[in-house]
Design a protein around this ligand. Structure first.
Ligand SMILES: [Zn+2]
Length: 137
């Protein structure tokens, strides 16, 4: 692959990300690529003896990027080439602990047809529960 081919491949990849992000109302963020950051917490990588979520999940968080919704909420995308049941279990435990949810998509901008797209973000409050809470006050 020549430098010119590589440059074109990078531009095509970025164009796929732009189309994907625009279609679902996201814009790129420079925030740390960490589930804790998406949850509104600080990344603890290299600050603690225990690995941060982003370090513990580094295999499944391959090609991770952070995005912003219009309301300022952060979204983490990750695009591994494969995901094992152990990966999913670890991601699910992390998501539950941090109040996050994730979805898995076959259309992945990084390497279409080869990678899968994981979209990780804060769980939305259940509107019925919020309404019920309001009635109790
Ligand atoms: Zn982290």
């Amino acid at each position: 692959m020549t430098a010119r081919d590589l440059s074109r491949a990078v531009r095509e990849t970025e164009a796929r990300y732009e189309r994907w992000a625009r279609a679902i109302g996201l814009r790129p963020s420079q925030a740390q690529r960490c589930p804790r950051v998406v949850a509104g917490l600080r990344c603890t990588a290299w600050r603690s003896a225990a690995p941060c979520a982003c370090q513990a999940l580094d295999r499944v968080l391959d090609h991770a990027r952070v995005w912003l919704r219009a309301d300022g909420r952060r979204v983490l995308s990750a695009e591994p080439y494969d995901v094992t049941s152990d990966d999913l279990a670890a991601l699910l435990v992390c998501a539950i602990e941090l109040g996050l949810v994730f979805s898995i998509h076959g259309a992945s901008p990084w390497n279409p047809g080869a990678t899968v797209l994981l979209v990780i973000e804060r769980a939305q409050p259940d509107p019925m529960q919020a309404q019920h809470k309001g009635e109790q006050q």
